[in-house]
Design a protein around this ligand. Structure first.
Ligand SMILES: Cc1ncc(COP(=O)(O)O)c(C=O)c1O
Length: 390
């Protein structure tokens, strides 16, 4: 790792060899053959935090492998993190669990929409948000993000049109994956007012928030105003920031009596289907801030390292250094790779990214590349992509 790429005083994570990483059995390492460099699904290649490993190991050793019941330490730990990091006071009695963020969004949505209703989302956006709308048998109502070069943000005219046309719900990706933007307090506050005006509910997916870089300020939607707390909920999880996706436990946060009642009226199965390991690991994760800071420092190094490698080897690729997380949104248009650059990267360069088309139909020339790995892997990915041009 090269400390010159980072502004942080934290030491950076070392990443195991590809051979070692391939011993992992998660989808990142099983989806493609060994000659493909996996830079796609949002998992980091760092070792998870020691306190989480110890917690899980002691549960296994004690045969503590049953169903999830009351686990007040999860909401307490989360509330402590939210207060310390974002000065957001959340009520621990108003936090509920679901299997994962997708299930949390869908199960809460089921309580307030019916098939055929419109749900707003803002492409380019995390591809499963559209899939969640389909699963609810609702209509996708796209209010695409507005862009200035590679900087994307909310388009209030498009959102107001969508709200005016009768949409019931808005799935907000806050912060915005894959485009790498943080929304400001003013934007979120304005959004809440607009939603209140048109009777729209807002579900804010905040799963990437703890991975925000130091020079940016993430704003929890429910912290912006009374209006936001009236119109919306937050669904999040420690899974993305502490790399625990396989453990399965998300948090649904409500901040008004109305939404608490809605959450309480979900089928009890929603809680039963969350995992004991996920909840226990989440409780420890929200306290593992030293590890998180080191992960953010490593990602910080890597986002700048990627920039320097692209500048040196493939300056034609458009890349805006993201405000959070370990996902790069790359514009490959100038490489002239034909109609499906993602497929050429996979088939010919042997680099697996996520196709831009999955995030937005009009972004077929884009890919999302995961840089939560070693500098060696980042450099190798760019070198392989570069070979397509020779
Ligand atoms: C914005 C966003 N929401 C949700 C998820 C998935 O979360 P979960 O596995 O908890 O459903 C991801 C995964 O990358 C994501 O990027």
């Amino acid at each position: 790792m090269s400390p010159e790429h980072t502004n942080s005083s934290h030491s950076l994570f070392q990443v195991g060899s590809l051979e070692k990483l391939r011993e992992r059995t998660s989808t990142k390492w099983r989806e493609f053959p060994a000659d493909v460099l996996p830079m796609h699904v949002a998992e980091m290649d760092y070792e998870i935090a020691l306190p989480i490993r110890e917690k899980l190991a002691s549960m296994i050793a004690g045969s503590d492998t049953g169903y999830l019941g009351p686990m007040p330490e999860l909401a307490l730990s989360m509330a402590g993190f939210a207060k310390a990091r974002w000065n957001w006071e959340l009520d621990t009695e108003s936090v509920f669990t679901a299997t994962d963020v997708g299930v949390g969004m869908i199960e809460m949505a089921r309580m307030i929409v019916k098939p055929g209703d419109g749900i707003v989302y803002n492409t380019p956006v995390y591809h499963n948000i559209g899939n969640w709308i389909d699963e609810l048998k609702c209509h996708r109502v796209d209010a695409p993000l507005k862009r200035d070069g590679l900087h994307y943000t909310l388009d209030f005219d498009a959102i107001e049109t969508a709200y005016k046309n009768g949409a019931k719900l808005h799935f907000l990706c806050n912060p915005a994956n894959p485009v790498g933007t943080i929304f400001s307090r003013e934007e979120l506050s304005k959004l809440a007012e607009l939603a209140a005006q048109y009777g729209v509910s807002i579900f804010s997916d905040e799963i990437h928030a703890p991975l925000t870089y130091k020079e940016h300020t993430f704003v929890p939607f429910l912290s912006v105003s009374d209006t936001a707390r009236e119109v919306g909920i937050c669904v999040t999880s420690a899974s993305k920031s502490w790399n625990l996706a396989g453990l399965k436990c998300a948090q649904i946060v409500t901040a008004s009596p109305k939404w608490r009642t809605v959450a309480l009226s979900m089928p009890p199965a929603v809680r039963w289907r969350s995992s004991l390991f996920g909840a226990a690991a989440g409780s420890v994760a929200y306290q593992s801030t030293e590890w998180l800071d080191q992960a953010v420092a490593t990602n910080d190094n890597n986002r700048h390292f990627l920039k320097s490698v692209l500048d040196a080897k493939l300056p034609q690729i458009g890349y805006r250094i993201p405000d959070f997380s370990y996902l790069a949104w790359l514009d490959l248009t100038a490489l002239n790779l034909g109609v499906d650059p993602f497929q050429r990267l996979l088939d010919e360069a042997k680099v697996a990214c996520n196709s831009g088309a999955g995030f937005s139909a009009s972004h077929t020339q884009y890919v999302r590349l995961n840089f939560g790995t070693s500098e060696d892997n980042i450099e190798e990915a760019v070198t392989r992509i570069g070979r397509l041009l020779s």
